[in-house]
Design a protein around this ligand. Structure first.
Ligand SMILES: Cc1cc2nc3c(=O)[nH]c(=O)nc-3n(C[C@H](O)[C@H](O)[C@H](O)COP(=O)(O)OP(=O)(O)OC[C@H]3O[C@@H](n4cnc5c(N)ncnc54)[C@H](O)[C@@H]3O)c2cc1C
Length: 435
């Protein structure tokens, strides 16, 4: 490593690190970005839905050459029991008109492309290099130490974009240990099949895609969800549950066993038939919401993306919060540099103010009670999905029983499972946590 001093060092080349590095490099700052993977994206895991808005603000013409799979025209929400599902689908031709709102992507390709834009903007990007610790001068971060000979590099400010584990911030004491209740462990597979087969199975045309989000008995009462996304010539299927629930699960169910169960579900298996599995990955997702957001800035440092806990688990958004926080951090640093200010906590507080004014903190605040409500309500993940599916079966089965009797039977099954007070209590808790 050189003895050169940089305006900024960015640790990590995921969406948040790339957004920060790009913003600062475009503003003319001397930026060093360090990524431990063989190339940006080689270690990264995502479903993956890309939300255009956040990227558009960084690279307005990204659609010209970004590796995008399919634009999403249909959103399905399924509540599963072991044999069936009750679903709602939203499909709109408005989503079929450019500029498209959401796309599926393959992160290994997408991050590599994103990084090429960072390099074009003038940042120095080095891969296969791990930042081992932050260099501190008292309470001021002055650079990083890497796993290379002579690997100390200095900068006015360090942007921590090192993902959910955020070892560096914890080592430096910027935030505490990760709590199992604040992270989900997710596993996913990519199954390859011909494009035409996907189009036929999901009732879409070339380049059109479908998202299926799932909740139900597949997670065995653990707080978690499943997902199925259509890529160009592959499907991504995955499931994730809170790490604390996996630990407490008496059956010792593994994440892979859940994924296997999901793949064998009679409503899902036909969509996957013949798919060739080429990629399997497991990763943590920060799902603690607002309660898990650490101190976000200090003297000479800022935290962005997953390492700051910026994930909206309700809406399955993470990469857009990562890019937005990275951009806002980059803009804060660039403005401070232009004004000739020292990169201390007082200056960098502007980053938190910008976050507070954005959808990132507004959405985290909106759902601040939800993680607690869900972790105390396993019945949302097993009892209710089973009841809803049984109700649908009762209602739609034509068997000579009159409809009023069927309605009484359905109501009776809900009351028997949760009592009237429980039903009202659950509805109130959910309304309060989601309003
Ligand atoms: C299974 C799954 C599905 C998901 N689906 C979606 C989805 O559909 N849509 C969505 O928007 N979000 C989704 N997310 C969330 C999304 O992936 C994250 O929010 C997003 O990747 C966060 O970006 P980031 O840049 O902060 O972190 P990361 O993408 O994790 O990037 C961190 C980078 O830092 C590097 N790094 C770490 N430590 C060091 C070090 N010490 N030195 C150098 N480099 C280091 C890593 O190699 C990595 O490249 C999903 C997540 C998972 C796990």
């Amino acid at each position: 490593m050189s003895n050169e001093k940089f305006d900024a060092i960015v640790v990590g080349a995921g969406p948040s690190g790339n957004a920060a590095a790009l913003t600062m490099a475009k503003a003319g700052l001397k930026v060093l970005q360090i990524e431990r993977g063989e190339y940006p994206g080689s270690k990264n895991v995502q479903g993956a839905i890309l939300y255009a808005d956040a990227l558009e603000k960084l690279i307005p013409d990204f659609r010209d050459d970004a590796p995008l799979e399919r634009h999403i025209i249909e959103q399905r929400m399924w509540v599963l029991d072991d044999n069936s599902f009750v679903g709602s689908h939203y499909r709109s031709d408005d989503y079929n008109k450019p500029p498209y709102n959401r796309y599926t992507i393959i992160r290994a390709q997408f991050d590599k492309w994103f990084s090429s834009k960072v390099r074009e903007a003038g940042a120095l990007v080095i891969c296969e290099t791990t930042v081992e610790e932050l260099l501190m001068d008292g309470d001021r971060c002055v650079g990083v130490r890497c796993d290379r000979i002579g690997g100390e590099v200095h900068a006015d400010v360090v942007v921590l974009a090192d993902g959910v584990n955020s070892l560096l911030a914890r080592k430096a004491g910027f935030h505490g240990e990760i709590q199992a209740r604040n992270v989900a462990l997710a596993v996913k597979e990519i199954l390859f099949m011909p494009e035409e087969v996907i189009q036929q199975r999901f009732n879409v045309k070339e380049e059109e895609g479908v998202v299926i989000e799932m909740v139900g008995t597949v997670t065995e009462g653990m707080v978690g969800t499943g997902f199925l996304y259509t890529n160009r010539d592959s499907l991504t299927i995955g499931v994730g549950c809170l790490l604390s629930d996996f630990k407490a699960n008496e059956k010792r169910t593994t994440p892979y066993a859940l994924l296997d169960k999901l793949k064998k579900h009679p409503s899902i298996a036909p969509m996957l038939e013949g798919g060739e599995m080429k990629e399997y990955a497991a990763h943590l997702i920060p799902e603690g919401g607002l309660r898990a957001v650490p101190q976000l800035y200090g003297n000479g440092w800022l935290i962005v993306g997953d390492s700051a806990g910026f994930v909206n688990a309700v809406h399955r958004e993470g990469s857009n919060l990562a890019m937005t926080s990275g951009r806002l951090a980059g803009e804060t640093v660039a403005a401070a540099k232009a004004a000739g200010k020292t990169m201390n906590a007082a200056t960098l507080a502007a980053y938190k103010a910008a976050l507070d004014a954005s959808f990132v903190m507004k959405d985290l605040k909106k759902y601040k009670h939800l993680p607690e409500v869900l972790e105390r309500s396993p019945h949302f993940f097993d009892t209710y999905p089973a009841l809803v599916n049984r109700a649908a079966k009762t209602y739609f089965t034509v068997d000579g029983v009159d409809k009023s009797t069927k309605q009484r039977e359905i109501l009776g099954s809900f009351k028997a499972a949760r009592r009237v007070t429980g039903l009202f209590g659950d509805a109130f808790k959910l309304w309060r946590a989601m309003r």
